[in-house]
Write a protein of this length. Structure first.
Length: 111
């Protein structure tokens, strides 16, 4: 089994996937290195995993979800939501979902 990193973004104000939301993935072990910039599809997922097989290594990573640009609401509170996490097992599947609105968010390690 090869490990991989995936995500899924749900817009809780509309009760549906957040399509067209920009996501950046950084490795943050020794400094900050941008690995990927992607956009969610109509299902609120990326078309390919954020990381997989040969590039998937143990370490500390950060996904930045650009919810401010997605919602574009003048009354919103959030701009960018960073989620920093550690990959310990490079053979496992790590899934980082985000449930968000212009004012709040929730995340967890999914499956």
């Amino acid at each position: 089994m090869s490990g991989k990193l995936t995500t899924h973004v749900l817009d809780t104000t509309k009760g549906r996937p957040a399509a067209g939301l920009k996501i950046e993935l950084h490795r943050v072990d020794n400094g900050r290195a941008l690995l990927r910039t992607m956009t969610t599809n109509r299902d609120g997922r990326t078309d390919t995993p954020l990381l997989e097989s040969g590039e998937f290594r143990a370490g500390t990573y950060e996904i930045t979800f650009h919810v401010g640009a997605y919602f574009a609401d003048p009354a919103q509170f959030l701009d960018a939501v960073p989620v920093r996490f550690t990959i310990a097992d490079p053979e496992a599947h790590y899934h980082v979902p985000l449930l968000c609105s212009p004012w709040s968010y929730s995340t967890y390690r999914g499956s």
